[in-house]
Design a protein around this ligand. Sequence first.
Ligand code: TYD
Length: 204
Amino acid sequence: MNKGLLIVFEGIDGTGKSTQMSLLASYLKKKGFTVIETREPTNGKFGRQIRALYTNRRGVSREQELELFLADRQEHVHTVLTPGLQDGNIILCDRYFLSTAAYQGAVGFSPAEIIEKNIFAPPPDLALLFYVPPKIGIERITAGRGDTLNDFEQEASLQKVAAIFDSLEFPYIRRIDATGSIESIQKSVLLAVTPLLRHMNHNE
Ligand code: TYD
């Protein structure tokens, strides 16, 4: 049985979920919980291959790309998530299999079939699904980060991704309106997370 908690941060690009993940990590550490912060794609060998595709697809098909995301996740589950949960940590993960359902769903795969392919991955205790209109997400990426958009981030694609995120229904999903201030979004995050902390060990 898992003693830990798996909390995943999901949503389109530019919702501010990574900022919220850092804020939650600091809050939980202050409260005495042991926290592991991680993300997908990982920095492992498959994750690095995935990132390389952002700038040059090198003729890699959408099928091969999906397989890379799944291979990256398998490695992540075996090396970080399962051991971390068994040791009683709170794991915060920036993106997980709902991102695969939404992003690879948006390029033509069936979201339900993608979820089935993730049967090996422990379901999260909580998936915080951050939503903003795709236009605002894109403005945040280009203005805030000064970045150019990767393949997945063009507005038409993000609209499709957002529509799939909207359609997903699982008992562990909590939707977070991410259009407000950082502070107001953090309040919503804490409201969703606090009930899960009651049964967790911590040193305070
Ligand atoms: P992102 O969290 O934005 O990482 P980075 O900060 O390195 O850019 O994720 C990168 C992109 O990968 C993002 O646009 C969504 C995409 N993605 C998928 O298409 N499928 C997946 O399964 C995952 C985890 C991410």
